[in-house]
Design a protein around this ligand. Structure first.
Ligand code: FES
Ligand SMILES: [Fe+2]
Length: 346
């Protein structure tokens, strides 16, 4: 269902949502339940395994008290390294410890890695997110869709005219991308000149775009789940769509989506209307996701046939396969080493 690529950093929360005086945040990454919290104002966010070693309550539903996350069940406290620091009315059991995962904060997001962090490439910096000439709104949501399918759906532009035809316009976004691979296998870039045919609502939301136009689009994908569309929509209008996807488990994906533009920057309510429009688009994708018969293309139950418009998605599949194989090789090397060690110790 989902390619569980563990040796990567993934965003799990907006930094602004991880506040020192307040609640921890429950999150999931690759099947691991996590508690995200900030020990003190200005301190780095921390990520612990959420399973409380006392009775298995979820630490992500606890409060932050004195720099620790406090379990919501019996109040045991755990610091940012996962050490139990207090048990109400009793001595601390020496073995009480929650796993702590590495954490970094970048571009307003908290990132963590539940695999081999020494192998994990640094998360990419997305210049558009720091570009002061662009106005942004964001949408964070958990979708009931496997990661592979959801990311591929984002990369797949040829579905827009069909699935989102009612929202955008019947013949929106027709065109083909030419793909440039990156040598390190960490992503690809694709460019296209797309014909764009928008209905009235879409035209208004794109700064009164013409009903019919062409736009230059650059798609950049960073493995595993970050896709950025940078489009020159003509007339000096630039729009950037950035999607950062995190595999929660085999059937759920958390998505941080940003819509940035240099038009409609000061229209009252513009962001709110844009958010509603984006939510409608995602609902259209989700309705489709619930019915697909190949929720992961790498393990599709029958052979799939592709055409030229599928080039970017085929490249994404190639990279998923590549990193899945690399991860498998790394794991068998590690297992081989630990077997060798066990033999040597006997
Ligand atoms: S389950 Fe966490 S303190 Fe008891
Ligand atoms: Fe879509």
């Amino acid at each position: 269902m989902t390619t569980m690529l563990t040796d990567f950093w993934y965003p799990v929360a907006h930094s602004a949502d991880v506040v020192a005086a307040g609640e921890a945040l429950p999150r999931r990454l690759l099947g691991h339940d996590l508690a995200v919290f900030r020990p003190a104002r200005g301190a780095a966010a921390r990520v612990l395994g959420a399973f409380c070693p006392h009775r298995g309550a979820h630490l992500g539903h606890g409060r932050v008290v004195d720099g620790c996350v406090e379990c919501p069940y019996h109040g045991w406290r755990f610091d940012g390294a996962g050490r139990c620091t207090a048990v109400p009315g009793e001595a601390r059991p020496a073995r009480a410890q929650a796993p702590a995962f590495p954490t970094r904060e970048s571009q307003g997001l908290v990132w963590t890695c539940v695999g081999d962090v020494a192998r994990a490439p640094a998360p990419p910096l997305l210049p558009a997110l720091d570009d002061r000439s662009l106005r942004a709104f964001d949408v964070e949501m958990v979708v009931e869709s496997g990661f592979d399918w959801w990311v591929e759906n984002i990369i797949d532009v040829s579905h827009v005219r069909f699935v989102h035809g009612q929202s955008y316009g019947e013949a929106s976004y027709a065109g083909k991308f030419s793909v440039e691979r990156s040598a390190d296998g960490l992503g690809f870039r694709a460019r296209a000149r797309l014909a764009q045919d928008m209905n009235l609502v879409a035209r208004l939301l794109h700064g009164w775009a013409p009903a019919r136009s062409t736009m230059e689009v650059t798609l950049e994908h960073h493995m595993p789940g970050i896709t950025v569309f940078d489009s020159d929509q003509g007339g000096g209008r630039r729009q950037v769509l950035a999607f950062l996807c995190t595999p929660e488990d085999a059937t759920h994906t958390r998505m941080f989506a940003y819509v940035l533009r240099n038009y409609l920057k000061w229209v009252p309510g513009g962001d709110a209307i844009g958010r509603l429009f984006a939510a409608r688009i995602f609902r259209e994708d989700l309705a489709l996701a619930r019915t697909v018969l190949a929720p992961s293309y790498l393990d599709a139950p029958q052979p799939l046939v592709s055409v030229a418009a599928d080039e970017p998605t085929l490249e994404f599949q190639r990279l998923l396969r590549l990193w899945r194989e690399r991860q498998g090789q790394n794991q068998s090397q590690t297992e081989g080493r630990s077997h060798g060690l066990a033999r040597a110790e006997r």
